[in-house]
Design a protein around this ligand. Sequence first.
Ligand code: FAD
Length: 493
Amino acid sequence: KPKAIVIGAGIAGIASAIHLSIKGYDVEVFEANSKPGGKLGEIKMNGFRFDAGPSLFTMPQYVDELFKLAGKNPEDYFKYIKLKEVCRYFYEDGLRLNATSDLDKFARDIEEKTNSTAAEVEHFFKKSETIYEVTHRVFLERSLHKLKSYLHWDTLKSIFRFGQIDAFRTQASANQSFFKDERITQLFNRYATYNGSNPYQAPATLNVIPHFEYHFGAFIPKDGMYGIVKALIKLAEELGIRFHYSQKVEEILYTNENKPKINGVKVNDKTYKAEVVISNLDIWFTYKNLLKGIAEPKKLLTQERSSSALIFYWGMDGNYSDLGLHNIFFTEDYQNEFNAIWKEKTICNDPTVYVNISAKHLRGDAPANAENWFVMINVPANTGQNWDQLIKESRTNIIKKISRILNRNIEKDIICEQILDPRSIESKTGSYQGSLYGNSSNNQFSAFLRHPNFSSKVKNLYFCGGSVHPGGGIPLALLSAKIIDDDISSVVH
Ligand code: FAD
């Protein structure tokens, strides 16, 4: 059997290993941490369980697909529930909106409580669907860097419709024209943060994201987000893939010929040979640390990074019936919040706060009469800010804000705490500057400024994960593995 090595057991690394194993490769995975999952991690503390990173699960079909490819029934490994309520939104002026998966109901709620109409919402989602139709095959499901991608009839049709993807105005200005009520503009501007971008800079093409959430749905895995990792690892091990934990790869080895070809990897000074190597690392570190003697693609690596996050994991004593699984407490001044993050590279005094409580659905995630709060704000990528000071100030601001809006002193209910910030995101998951999604999507050419999924310098070297094409987030990371799979069939053998 030809041998393949995957570096990193993040979600895309695990998926790539499964694809290659099904293709007939003998696959080994080297992971620096003692556990798989990377950013998709898990924390256990004082009887509480928290998903450390992602909390919103969309496009579950990309996970199911891996079981099906292996000839298995996905339900034997992995179960999830479609959410009836997508998110609860709280505003400082007292407005509360429940975004239900029933879009008509959500639109009616908006019409009843705000100056926007159900028709505005409908019009917005029509546009969102059009952007999806035009972009998904070109930008998400195929390589942007292979001629063969452009020779498909559906790709060409999409290219003729590029005028419809709203790439030449910002998301914020587009949304202002969709909605009369600025609180609804704010609600839909928030989707730029799903890939760590700024709605006041990013193209309105990002309005495709709500289509994923409402058309395909939002879900929660029955074993929590970490259940995705556990289920895929089970499948991978059954396929015979060997995982080596706490084994940090030091170098990617290639032959010294005219056209270099992959040779293997070096771990703890030992050489492991392979015909194919896939790196799941942040592409920045792949070049800086592992690819000695290969010139870096400077333009791609110097793009602005996506934002990072500051997260408080709080074990809370008591139940909060006002809250659901996903909750947003909006800032009063969104533009100021994004200016702070993107221009001043700091955190404002009134940040938008996201609270995720998986125990609302998964009772086992918290003790009786208690809740597991994952409390997150968007923050700039790490460029050496005084994080200890910023964390202290933000903690106070967040507690005041939630207490004010819920009219309840939440601080006294915090019984245990852990914190993740851009520094620890970088050290724990190998993400450059702690950014969550690789490069930002703050300009209309971002899609073309992500690294391809293959190396043009070293034959049979591939790159998967959130820092390369097609981008960050679980669904896109899984698609990167799929794009590599399509390519490998035609490259090796
Ligand atoms: P990563 O998770 O980046 O893993 C890379 C792996 O490589 C790590 O395990 C690392 O230890 C390993 N590694 C690094 N260096 C080496 C080496 N030298 N040798 C061996 N191994 C190495 N996405 C969503 O879809 N929904 C969300 O709600 C969401 N929220 C998020 C919230 C937070 C706080 C974070 C951090 C991320 C969030 N994301 C979300 C993004 C999502 O988690 C990532 O896009 C996705 O998990 C990235 O997966 P990846 O395959 O790129 O690998």
